[in-house]
Design a protein around this ligand. Structure first.
Ligand code: ADP
Ligand code: ZN
Ligand code: ZN
Length: 819
C-alpha cells in the first residue's frame, strides 16, 4: 500500500519543510498552495501551506497526521511559491519567514494567537453554530482567549476552522489586529414593516403609538429620512436622527413594525461616482516618453522613466495601465507607504473606478483577506492593485504590468523582520516570472537603476519639463554660518527665509518647511556639567518632546517626564541642542502669529487616517504653513505652495552612510518639487552651513547626471553597489563581551574566505538598542565573484559558528543589498 504525504511550509524561521501524513481521500483533494492545520512540537498547532503532495515517507522521523484541511482551493499560486523561494534564497532567510510576511495574518491562525471579541459588530446569536456560540459566550466573560482555552471550551483539539468561521462572521478579532476604525462588512438597515406602508396604515400606527413617544419618534424619523425615494436607512442613521437608542428600535423590530435587513458592503469598495473618465491627452514630451517605454518593453526590458517633479509621470502610467487592463491582464502599482495617499488614489480612481484594489499595512486583516481573494480570483474589482511593498505578495494570476513609482525610495527595502527584501527588486523578479512589463519611475532615480540604464540592462525614457510649461522652482542656498555671524537669524530662520515667508503669506500662498527630525530637540544638555540624559535601554540620547514635556527614545519608545534638574550634577540649568519639527512649529507660530501652522511627522500622523487629515487640511488651505519631516516629500500635489524652506541641509549630508549624498540629492529635489506646481514659479530656500557643498550645488542646478557620475566613481573606488554587491551581517546579543568575541570569530572566518572584502566588525552609530548590543560586518562581493557562492560560504561559516556553545545565543542577521 502507498502512503500519502504532504510537505508543508510552517510560518516559522526553520530551514526545512516538514512532512505530514495524509489519507488517500485527502491526497485526492490536497494541492500545493492550500492550507492545512498541523500539530507541531508538544502542543502547538500551526497553519501551514502545502508545498507538495507525494508518497515518500520522511527518513528521520515518523510523520504526524495533519489536523484539518483549511481550504477548498489553493490560496497561494505556483508562481508565488516559486517567487517566495527566490526571496528566501536571495535574501538569506527561510521560506517560513517569507510566508509569514506574505500572507495576511488572518490566513495564519495558530495556537498562540490571542482572540478578542469584535465589539464593533453586533452579533445575531441565532446565526452561530453551537460551537461558535460557546466561544462567543466565553468572550462575554473574558476579554481575551488563547487558542488552548478555546480548545478546552469546545472540547476539541483543532479549533482553527472554527476560529476562521468566527473571523468570517465578524464575531472575533485577533489581538495584533485591533484597529481603531473598523468598518463592518454587513450594514444593518431598517424599513417600515410591509403591512404599515400605506398612508392609512401609517396613520393608524402612529395613533397606536401615542403612548410610546419614543417609538413614535423613531417611526416619524424613519419616514422623514426615507423621503420619497425610499432610500435604504441604516440603523445607526435612524438612531441618530430620532435621538433614540438601539433598544427602542429593537423593540419596534420585535413588534414587527420595523423590518431589519442587511446589505453587504465591501470594505474596500470605491464609493465615488465619477469613475471611468477619459484619460488625459499627453503632451509631446509625455508622448515621446511613452513611445520610448513601449519600444523598450518590446525588447523585454525593465524600463526606467526619469521625469522631473510634476512632469506628468502619473498620466503616462495611466496610459500603460489602460492598455494592460484592456488586454485583460492585471496591473500592480507599487508605491512607498508614505506616498500612498488619498490624493493619488482618488486621481487613479477617476480613471479606473472600482477596478482598483488597495493594499497596505494600515488595512486590517479582513480587508487584506478580501483583496487577496479578489486578486486570486481575478475579480473585476482587483484589476489594478495599488499598494506598498507587501502588495507584490498578492496571488496574481495574469500580471501584465508592474509600475514601481518613486523607485529610489529606501522604504521599499524592508528592514525588519526577515525577509529583508527590496520590493522593487523582488517585484522585478516577479514580473519576469509573469513575463510582465516593468516600469520604474522617479524624478531622482537610484544610482543603481540609472547605472542599469547606462550598461544597457534597462531601457530608459525621460521627461525633462514640467507639465504645462511650469518652470522648475527657483532654488537658492542660504549660508546660515554667515547669517549667524551677522546676527541675522530669528531662531532657526535666516532673515532671507523669514522675509520670503512673509512675502508668500502676503500673497496668500502656502509654505512647506522641511526638517528631517521630529520632536523638539534631539538633545537635552546640562549647562553645568555637559551631561545629557540617555536612554536606559539604548546607547542614544533622549529626544526632547516639548508638547508632552517628555524625553523620548526614538529607538525603543522609552520615555520619562522632563527632569527639573540634571541627573548627574543636580544643576537646574538645562538647555536643548539641535532642533526638530516641533521646535520649528513653535518658532513659526511666534514669528507669524496670524498664520495657521500644521505639522506632519510620525508623531502627528499615527492612526489609519493620520496623514490624510493633515494633507486634506493643507490641500483645503485650512493651513498656511506645513512643517514636516521627509513624509511630506513624497508625491504630494499641492496646488498653492509657492515656497519650500529646508531648515538645515547639513544633517542629511553628514549621515554616516555611503548613500548619504545620493539620498540628500533625492530628498532635497523631491521636497523642492512640492513648490510652484502651477503657473507661478515656485521658490526653494535651502539653509546650510556649507553652501559650497558639491551635492547642494547639484541639487540647485538639477544636475542629476553629474551627481550620478561622482557617486558612481566613489562607489567604484570603495567597492560599493551598484558595481559590487554588499551583504551586511549584524550580530546581536545582550552581553557585550560575548557579542565582541562572536563578531571577531565570524569576521576572521570570513576573512580567511574572502580576504580584503570584509569590513568590520564595527559598532553602528547606536550600538545598543533595547538592551541588545549590535555589531556589523559588511561583505563586499565583486561582480566577478558569484553572489550565490558567497552566500553558501557565509552559511557554512554560520554553521560552524553556531556549533560553538557560547555563540549559539548570538543572533546573526543577514541583510542582502543593505541600503
Ligand atoms: P509627476 O507624477 O511627474 O510629479 P503629475 O503626474 O502629478 O506629475 O502631474 C503634475 C500635474 O500636471 C498634475 O496636476 C496633472 O494632473 C497635470 N498633468 C500632467 N499631465 C497632464 C496632461 N497630459 N493633461 C492635463 N494635465 C496633466
Ligand atoms: Zn549636570
Ligand atoms: Zn531606547
Amino acid at each position: 500500500m502507498m502512503l500519502n504525504f504532504v510537505n508543508v511550509i510552517l510560518p516559522i524561521p526553520l530551514e526545512r519543510s516538514f512532512t505530514y501524513a495524509i489519507s488517500d481521500e485527502e491526497a485526492l483533494v490536497l494541492q500545493p498552495g492550500m492550507r492545512v492545520a498541523v500539530p507541531f512540537g508538544k502542543s502547538k498547532i500551526y497553519t501551514a501551506i502545502i508545498y507538495s503532495v507525494h508518497q515518500n515517507p520522511p527518513e528521520a522521523y515518523e510523520a504526524k497526521e495533519i489536523h484539518e484541511i483549511l481550504d477548498d482551493y489553493p490560496i497561494v499560486t505556483p508562481v508565488q511559491l516559486k517567487h517566495w523561494e527566490w526571496i528566501a534564497s536571495y535574501y538569506m532567510c527561510t521560506l517560513g519567514e517569507v510566508v509569514r510576511s506574505a500572507l495576511p495574518g488572518a490566513f495564519l491562525l495558530e495556537s498562540e494567537t490571542l482572540i478578542l471579541r469584535n465589539t464593533a459588530y453586533e452579533i445575531d446569536e441565532n446565526e452561530l453554530l453551537d460551537d461558535e456560540f460557546l466561544v462567543f459566550e466565553a468572550l462575554q466573560h473574558q476579554s481575551i482567549l488563547k487558542v488552548q482555552e478555546v480548545s478546552a471550551i469546545i472540547e476539541r483539539k483543532n479549533v482553527l476552522p472554527i476560529l476562521q468561521r468566527l473571523l468570517d462572521k465578524n464575531v472575533i478579532v485577533l489581538k495584533e489586529e485591533v484597529y481603531e476604525q473598523y468598518k463592518p462588512k454587513l450594514v444593518r438597515y431598517v424599513k417600515l414593516g410591509a403591512e404599515h406602508t400605506s398612508d392609512q396604515k401609517l396613520e393608524e400606527l402612529l395613533n397606536s403609538l401615542t403612548r410610546a413617544p419614543k417609538q413614535s419618534q423613531v417611526v416619524l424619523s424613519l419616514f422623514q429620512l426615507q423621503g420619497k425615494r425610499q432610500k435604504p436607512i441604516k440603523v445607526s442613521e435612524l438612531e441618530k436622527a430620532s435621538n433614540s437608542s438601539k433598544a427602542v428600535i429593537k423593540s419596534l423590530v420585535d413588534k414587527g413594525i420595523l423590518e431589519e435587513y442587511f446589505i453587504k458592503t465591501d470594505r474596500v469598495n470605491y464609493e465615488g461616482e465619477n469613475d471611468n473618465s477619459e484619460s488625459k491627452d499627453l503632451n509631446e514630451y509625455q508622448e515621446a516618453a511613452l513611445a520610448d517605454i513601449k519600444s523598450s518593453f518590446e525588447e523585454g526590458k525593465v524600463t526606467l522613466l526619469k521625469g522631473v517633479t510634476s512632469s506628468g509621470k502619473t498620466e503616462v502610467y495611466v496610459k500603460l495601465i489602460e492598455e494592460c487592463l484592456e488586454k485583460g491582464l492585471q496591473a500592480l502599482y507599487l508605491l512607498p507607504e508614505i506616498a500612498l495617499t488619498t490624493q493619488l488614489i482618488s486621481r487613479l480612481q477617476e480613471y479606473f473606478g472600482e477596478k482598483i484594489a488597495i493594499y497596505h499595512s494600515k488595512y486590517n486583516v479582513q480587508e487584506r483577506v478580501e483583496v487577496w481573494q479578489n486578486v486570486l480570483q481575478s475579480k473585476p474589482k482587483a484589476q489594478l492593485v495599488i499598494g506598498a511593498r507587501s502588495a507584490m505578495y498578492l496571488p496574481f494570476g495574469k500580471l501584465g504590468l508592474i509600475i514601481v513609482d518613486e523607485e529610489h525610495e529606501s522604504s521599499f527595502k524592508q528592514f525588519d523582520p526577515a525577509p529583508r527584501y527590496h520590493a522593487r527588486d523582488a517585484a522585478i523578479v516577479l514580473g519576469h516570472f509573469h513575463k510582465a512589463n516593468i516600469l520604474l519611475g522617479s524624478a531622482t532615480p537610484s544610482v543603481e537603476s540609472y547605472y542599469n540604464t547606462q550598461t544597457g540592462k534597462y531601457g530608459y525614457a525621460e521627461i525633462t519639463r514640467r507639465y504645462g510649461n511650469v518652470l522648475m522652482p527657483d532654488m537658492e542656498l542660504v549660508d546660515i554660518k554667515k547669517a549667524q555671524r551677522k546676527r541675522k537669524m530669528k531662531g532657526h530662520f535666516s532673515e532671507r527665509l523669514f522675509l520670503e515667508m512673509e512675502e508668500t503669506l502676503k500673497e496668500r500662498s502656502q509654505i512647506i518647511l522641511f526638517q528631517n527630525r521630529r520632536g523638539f530637540a534631539p538633545l537635552m544638555e546640562c549647562l553645568t556639567c555637559g551631561h545629557s540624559p540617555q536612554c536606559p535601554n539604548c546607547d542614544v540620547s533622549l529626544t526632547y518632546h516639548q508638547y508632552r514635556n517628555q524625553l523620548r527614545c526614538h529607538y525603543c519608545g522609552h520615555h520619562t517626564a522632563l527632569p527639573e534638574a540634571c541627573f548627574a550634577c543636580g544643576s537646574p540649568e538645562l538647555d536643548t541642542k539641535g532642533f526638530g519639527t516641533e521646535q520649528i512649529e513653535k518658532e513659526v507660530k511666534e514669528l507669524f502669529p496670524e498664520a495657521k501652522v500644521g505639522r506632519m511627522d510620525l508623531d502627528t500622523t499615527r492612526g489609519k487616517h493620520g496623514y490624510e487629515k493633515i494633507i486634506n487640511a493643507f490641500e483645503q488651505q485650512e493651513l498656511d504653513i506645513l512643517v514636516g519631516t521627509q513624509m511630506l516629500t513624497k508625491g504630494l500635489d499641492f496646488r498653492n505652495v509657492n515656497l519650500v524652506g529646508v531648515m538645515n541641509a547639513d544633517s542629511l549630508l553628514n549621515f554616516p552612510d555611503y548613500r548619504a549624498h545620493e539620498k540628500t540629492y533625492q530628498l532635497l529635489t523631491q521636497v523642492s518639487g512640492r513648490a510652484g506646481r502651477t503657473k507661478k514659479r515656485g521658490k526653494v530656500l535651502i539653509q546650510t552651513y556649507n553652501p559650497y557643498h558639491q551635492i547642494l550645488k547639484q541639487v540647485t542646478t538639477g544636475d542629476y547626471v553629474n551627481m550620478y557620475k561622482e557617486q558612481l566613481y566613489e562607489r567604484e573606488q570603495f567597492k560599493y553597489p551598484p558595481v559590487n554587491r554588499i551583504i551586511k551581517v549584524t550580530f546581536k546579543h545582550k552581553n557585550y563581551n560575548v557579542l565582541n568575541e562572536a563578531a571577531d570569530w565570524f569576521t576572521s572566518a570570513l576573512r580567511t574566505n574572502f580576504g580584503g572584502t570584509v569590513l568590520g566588525p564595527e559598532y553602528p552609530p547606536v550600538a545598543r538598542i533595547r538592551n541588545q548590543y549590535l555589531k556589523h560586518i559588511v561583505v563586499k562581493v565583486q561582480k566577478a565573484n558569484s553572489l550565490v557562492q558567497t552566500k553558501t560560504n557565509i552559511r557554512r561559516i554560520e554553521k560552524s559558528f553556531k556549533s560553538v556553545a557560547m555563540y549559539r545565543s548570538v543572533r546573526v542577521i543577514y541583510n542582502v543589498d543593505h541600503i
